[in-house]
Ligand binder design. Structure first.
Ligand SMILES: CC(=O)N[C@H]1[C@@H](OP(=O)(O)O)O[C@H](CO)[C@@H](O)[C@@H]1O
Length: 508
């Protein structure tokens, strides 16, 4: 009763599966994992046993209308999401589990390892991350992969561990991550505080969006030591819901603090997103106006710090900043006109920024929403830090820069590492958040999303800054924008949600 689907997966998982256990409330990757896991579970554990009701669903809603529901005799029961929902409404989880049990009993299938109870757990609906982990482990084991389950991690921690693993360090684990970045941070602070009379010791309060970052940041802070950095964790997930009125995206888009956070002027506040790959800072000015220090400002801080130290070390490397259309116009002006730093603009999505960053010797890339990092090779800096032909001052700047870059997680934007990097620069420059946000003033801006019948009719060009189709749209935007000094606006279909995003900024 295995029926073809159109998931673009390797041959042995090409058929995409779920069972009637799918109640229509899983979505996106969760559903893909769920289907893969169920496929593997069914094929390997139940030996392709017939099952009362099967669903095949396609990745692509244009194929097969997205979904099919077939009974064991091959009879088509439903062929659209709507009819599926109706058909499934008559099958309870209990009934499905009962069916699975009967199949197992009747076929006398020996169950091993991850077994029937996990299939049942998938069907019953347990915490989503456990479902996903089991589904992936099951799916991967079924086609012979060796799996290492590292438990709950932030997204960047997982990237870090994988990068170490691919680099040959197969024993690497979560603790390795903390030790690596805690010691890198301490090493830089050791160097910078020696030449400073008045270290910045005020706390930084971090809204962890009630996500996985809370527990991980607490561990990292413990490894560094409270005498070196004072991190207060807010929204640690004990009571609030993930991303509900909090988190980096909420703060960035709403331009306001997470609910319930009592802020003091000029204190430092930061927000992670749920999986801790985005970071933004914010504070209040003396009139209690909310001041956002987003990905653009973090990029500007990183890039100017790197540039200044490259100069002091007399190292000639090509430094670039990569932005997207969402970068505030004044951040672009500041970097190009005042700082003379090279800028590139790519379409939205860190994979594009990352790729472009690699074309520079040192590439600083950030989306305005706080997702970003730095790509570099330490080769020149290591050499310069020990070059006897350089002056002590030059060697010192090279060493400092190397220590700074040691704090960066190059594999992907990492809220924890980026936080440490910001804190280290502020310490080194003896800056409060006030000096930092004053490097330039953002143009006032708004971001909105609009539901349309079919977002795919909008095609963009020039790194998503111009609409190509429908052809009447760009002239209409231009006409509106012309009315406002420093006005800029663009429209693009989202790549992750069924909406069209609209961005606008201007002098007022
Ligand atoms: C304006 C905005 O924040 N867009 C986000 C969002 O993409 P959209 O294609 O705009 O839906 O999700 C992406 C993935 O997280 C992120 O990389 C990107 O920056």
């Amino acid at each position: 009763k295995i029926s073809g689907g159109s998931c673009q997966k390797p041959d042995n998982v090409r058929v995409s599966y779920g069972t009637a256990g799918f109640r229509g409330n899983a979505s996106g990757m969760e559903y893909v994992f769920f289907r893969m896991g169920m496929l593997a579970a069914l094929r390997s554990k139940l030996k392709e046993a017939a099952i009362g009701v099967m669903v095949t669903a396609s990745h692509n809603p244009e194929h097969d209308n997205g979904v099919k529901l077939i009974d064991p005799q091959g009879e088509m029961l439903a062929q659209s999401w709507e009819s599926l929902a109706t058909a499934l409404a008559n099958v309870t989880n209990d009934q499905l589990i009962e069916q699975l049990k009967q199949i197992i009993d009747s076929q006398k299938i020996p169950l091993s390892n991850t077994s029937f109870k996990e299939v049942v757990a998938l069907v019953e609906g347990i915490e989503s991350h456990k479902k996903q982990v089991m589904a992936v482990l099951d799916g991967a084991s079924a086609f012979g992969a060796t799996c290492h389950d590292h438990g709950l991690l932030t997204t960047p921690q997982l990237h870090y561990i994988l990068a170490c693993y691919n680099g040959g360090d197969i024993k690497v684990d979560e603790e390795h991550y903390y030790q690596n970045y805690a010691s890198a941070f301490k090493a830089l602070l050791n160097v910078v505080s020696l030449c400073k009379l008045n270290p910045v010791t005020s706390p930084v309060t971090v809204d962890c969006a009630n996500g996985v970052g809370a527990a991980k940041l607490t561990k990292l802070a413990e490894r560094i030591g409270a005498n070196i950095i004072d991190i207060v964790v807010y929204n640690d997930g004990q009571s609030g819901k993930l991303n509900e009125n909090c988190g980096a995206d909420y703060v960035k888009v709403q331009q306001r603090a997470p609910a319930g956070l009592n802020m003091e002027p000029f204190h430092r506040y930061a927000s992670f997103d749920g999986d801790a790959d985005r970071l933004i800072y914010y504070t209040l000015d003396s009139d209690c106006n909310f001041i956002l220090l987003d990905g653009d400002k973090i990029a500007a801080l990183f890039a100017t710090y790197i540039r200044d130290n490259l100069k002091k070390a007399s190292i000639n490397l090509r430094l670039g900043i990569i932005q997207t259309a969402y970068a505030n116009g004044n951040s672009t002006n500041f970097l190009i006109n005042q700082q003379n730093i090279e800028i590139a603009c790519t379409p939205t999505g860190v994979k594009y920024l990352h790729e472009k960053a690699l074309t520079f010797d040192i590439g600083v890339y950030f989306e305005a929403n706080g997702h970003g990092t730095v790509s570099f090779s330490l080769f020149y800096l290591n050499a310069a830090a020990f070059d006897p032909n350089k002056s002590a001052e030059e060697r010192f700047a090279a060493k400092k820069l190397k220590l700074f870059l040691d704090i960066i997680n190059q594999t992907v934007g990492d809220a924890m590492c980026d936080l440490l990097a910001v804190e280290a620069i502020l310490q080194d420059k003896n800056w409060s958040v006030k000096e930092w946000y004053r490097i330039y003033t953002e143009l006032p801006n708004r971001q909105a999303k609009v539901q349309v019948a079919d977002r795919r009719i909008i095609e963009t060009g020039d790194a998503e800054r111009k609409v190509i189709l429908p052809s009447m749209l760009q002239p209409a935007i231009d006409e509106l924008v012309r009315k406002y000094p420093s006005g800029r606006s663009f429209v693009r279909p989202s790549g992750t949600e069924d909406v069209v995003r609209v961005y606008a900024e201007a002098n007022t």
